[in-house]
Ligand binder design. Sequence first.
Ligand code: C2E
Ligand code: CA
Ligand code: CA
Ligand code: CA
Length: 278
Amino acid sequence: AEKAGHNTYEIISPTANVETYKLFSLRNELRHAFHNDQFLVYYQPIMHAETNEIDAVEALVRWNHPIWGIVLPNEFIPLAEESGLIIEIGEWVLKTACKKLRSWHDAGYMVKASVNLSLIQFSQIDLIDIITSTLQENDLDPKWLTLEITETAMLEQKEKVLKKIAQIRALGIQISLDDFGAGFASFKNLKDIKPDILKIDKSLVKDIPSEQDSTEIVASIIQLAHRLSIQVVAEGIETKEQKELLLKLECERMQGYLFSKPVSEENIEKVLERTINT
Ligand code: C2E
Ligand code: CA
Ligand code: CA
Ligand code: CA
């Protein structure tokens, strides 16, 4: 809107119009699209910093839209959470990733899979049963699965969520606290969740090593995590300089475009092949 106030009209820019229309269209089509196989899972490697081997791959959902092309999750996950469809989508991503993990293990690529979990999924009564049966159906030891949760997901119904997280960890599945350092970082949450892994948010990684303050913050987070026996993954690594600094700071795992973008299931198999057979 470029003009408001006493006028009774607003001038809406053409691009704002397209965005509004897109949002409207995505919201309307989401459920139908999901049930008509327009969703895909992409995978991005998480590297062992020292050996440059792939430790895990993170499953990242995509919507392959007939008109808009590949739609990114930031555009439709909020819509899916709004409508509750995220419960079905989340379950499908978990099942798809575990099925792939089985086939990678069968081919000799012994990596882990990391799957994002939305707060809304914690209200699913049979969440734990679904996770357990998915692992069983694919004959996977729970140690191969990591579930990523975000701190913002902790604001509501904290006790209930903490109880389920404890149950998940008791199964032998690893819990990763995602987006640490963005938004509502709280040491209390860190203590309450007791994650196995902490993921430093890319908004902090972006400014290292050039910004002294960000560098100090990242260094402190790594130290803090290690003192609590929590492993660290840094995300959003795009440059060699970032990698070098994080190595010096003893960050053990790294994820970012420097290593690989999130890629389709066909392409991640090529990445696995290249990395593991050399
Ligand atoms: P996230 O879990 O923090 O995932 C990391 C995001 O950073 C991904 O965006 C990834 O493509 C991007 N990224 C990776 N390396 C780099 C880098 O070097 N530079 C930059 N600038 N970005 C990088 P993506 O795939 O668009 O996903 C966005 C968010 O959507 C995810 O953030 C996650 O919160 C959510 N999401 C994705 N898949 C799922 C899912 O299956 N379920 C749920 N609940 N949320 C999901
Ligand atoms: Ca994540
Ligand atoms: Ca993240
Ligand atoms: Ca995020």
